[in-house]
Design a protein around this ligand. Structure first.
Ligand SMILES: Cc1cc2nc3c(=O)[nH]c(=O)nc-3n(C[C@H](O)[C@H](O)[C@H](O)COP(=O)(O)OP(=O)(O)OC[C@H]3O[C@@H](n4cnc5c(N)ncnc54)[C@H](O)[C@@H]3O)c2cc1C
Length: 372
């Protein structure tokens, strides 16, 4: 069994672990990212909408609001500087009936409170001019929303991490963690040859997404009262593989569970619809049930009434890690440090669901500030 030491270990090469790895690497920190899959970003970070959110939906004092608004700017800056495919498409949130107008009015007020700039009402006629296929009574235009290619973005982060001499160790499954008062000792098993390695580190960041609670449960010294249960909220997508001429993100008003079954234009101008929301027990089942097609059609037709749905096909699914099951308004990123669990140099990231992609670089800065 080999045995070696490194200053900082990040568990998870999803977009958040990679953004943090990049940020710390830029500060000349020695880091190792441990990832159980054979490549980066294979779980939630490549199974999302790829939307750069503006930050208007979340309560003012939430981490989601703070990190999304900052993250939005940071992701655009990073993409421009590093030639990552992205488009500032802007977003229309559409009231498809008169009783939804009050909801978009409230969203506009929330946008002002949240310091999301430039959000404005636009009339049915104005919507018709910019998106002739979209039906609504009224809409909100959100100028800072957009889309990004999450895979190219993550590949760029990986390149920058590796250029500094830091590493990502793939096929590394965490079996056991203990804290000896100074260091964390991690027992790692290679998922191919089952070889075991012990890695010692000063600082440990648990960025394991859907499995962050499982990882936390492996830390022998961490009291169970600090480990929330992670629930799984599956989101399915359907797509149409042709250019409908729609260039804005089109969102219905949000519902009790999610932002609603929205339309996202892809970078190649095809369109996808979703995600919907369903609680699941299995965190590995990404099949999209074809029987959902009728439900999708009913929802899409509310804002896109003339859509030819014959080519609407099941596409992919992603799973949200959710730690607050009942009250969506309380669903925030949950970042636990020594102040909460009393173990120095340990950061646990729980409930990093949407807008985790948008917030990734802001989360990285925030975590670094917590560590120092
Ligand atoms: C349907 C859906 C739509 C979304 N849409 C958007 C959007 O449009 N915009 C937006 O901003 N956000 C969106 N999100 C949220 C965003 O995708 C996530 O917040 C983000 O990807 C979380 O990244 P992560 O690095 O925390 O987690 P992950 O991507 O899950 O990465 C965690 C990594 O940890 C690894 N890991 C787990 N267990 C172990 C172990 N035992 N040992 C080693 N490694 C381990 C996993 O293999 C994985 O690679 C969406 C999410 C979903 C599900």
């Amino acid at each position: 069994m080999t045995d070696f030491s490194v200053e900082n270990v990040i568990i998870g090469a999803g977009v958040v672990g990679l953004a943090l790895g990049y940020h710390l690497s830029e500060k000349n920190k020695e880091i190792l990212i441990l990832e159980k899959e054979n490549d980066f970003g294979k779980i939630t970070s490549s199974r999302n909408s790829g939307v750069i959110h503006a930050g208007l939906y979340y309560p003012k004092n939430s981490l989601k609001r703070k990190l999304c608004v900052l993250g939005n700017k940071l992701v655009y800056e990073y993409c421009k500087k590093n030639h990552i495919p992205h488009i500032n498409t802007k977003k229309l949130i559409v009231a498809s009936s008169n009783d939804q107008i009050e909801i978009i009015e409230n969203l506009k007020k929330q946008a002002e409170i949240n310091e999301v700039e430039g959000v404005k009402n636009i009339s049915q006629n104005e919507v018709k001019k910019i998106e002739p296929l979209i039906y609504c009574e009224e809409a909100l235009l959100v100028p800072s929303s957009g889309i990004v290619d999450p895979i190219v973005y993550m590949r760029s982060l990986v390149g920058k991490i590796e250029n500094t001499g830091n590493m990502i160790a793939y096929k590394s499954n965490i079996k056991k963690i203990n804290y000896d008062g100074n260091n964390f000792n991690l027992l790692i098993q290679n998922t191919d040859n089952k070889e075991e390695t012990i890695i010692k580190c000063k600082t440990l960041i648990n960025s394991a997404g859907l499995f962050a609670s499982d990882i936390a449960n492996k830390i022998e010294e961490l009291k169970k009262e600090f480990i929330p249960k992670t629930f799984f909220g599956k989101g399915n997508y359907f797509n149409i593989n042709k250019d409908l001429g729609i260039r804005h993100l089109i969102y219905p008003v949000p519902n009790e569970f999610s932002l609603g079954l929205h339309l996202t234009p892809e970078l190649d101008n095809s369109v996808k619809f979703g995600p919907d929301f369903e609680w699941v027990d299995n965190s590995n089942d990404y099949t999209v049930n074809i029987n959902k097609k009728e439900i999708f059609i009913n929802e899409i037709k509310k804002y896109l009434p003339d859509l030819d749905t014959s080519s609407l096909s099941p596409s992919y699914a992603g799973i949200r890690p959710i730690i607050e099951k009942n009250d969506q308004s309380k669903r925030d990123f949950n970042i636990q440090t020594v102040d909460i669990h009393s173990i120095p140099h340990l950061v646990n990231l729980f409930g990093i669901d949407s807008p985790g992609l948008t917030s990734s670089l802001a989360l990285a800065k925030h975590i670094e500030s917590l560590l120092s």
